[in-house]
Design a binder for this molecule. Sequence first.
Ligand code: VGL
Ligand code: ZN
Length: 201
Amino acid sequence: MKTLIIVDVQNDFIPGGSLAVPEADQIVSVINTVQPKFDLVVASQDWHPQNHISFASNHPEKSVFETIKINEQTQTLWPDHCVQNTNGARFHPNLNTAKWEAIFRKGTDPGIDSYSAFYDNGHLKSTGLAGYLKEKGASQLFFCGLAADICVYYSIFDAFKEGFACFFIEDASKPLDVEGFKKIKEEMVYHGIQIINSSEI
Ligand code: VGL
Ligand code: ZN
């Protein structure tokens, strides 16, 4: 069963948003084109409270994109983004949501960040996505969205560890850091995650 997981295609990650991913607007029509090819479509939504620990604005001595240590973990400090119930947290207005069966929200706990659609960054709490997909009988998971090198990447690796066959749809995703993403793609190939284009689905 082919399942599409659309990661964080939200206004704050689109050019003009507070944490814009270059060329992110270009993937919206690609995602809309591929959705009918799937048996199941779900999405994740970054959904932070204003006092979220990942916001540089909540650490007065620190600046945006600096890293800090929280409970032994490295945390990048981001501009405020995807604040619950704001326009920046909404999905891109042209994204077709008609086929989505469920939306999994993440990053809601003020004290811990959550890049993956499956688990928070400390792997302490699950969003329920893995159990949901298993109950639905999903076997092949296709990932797309934003940012390819952060939330898509963490989601794919969690899914891979859960035993799902994973595919990354390259032309339906964009990274924040194009250079750094080259290494991540090598890591994907090494682990048997297939990198494909939307035309191959
Ligand atoms: C993301 C940074 C912080 C993402 C979310 O969706 O890739 N990146 N929060
Ligand atoms: Zn976030």
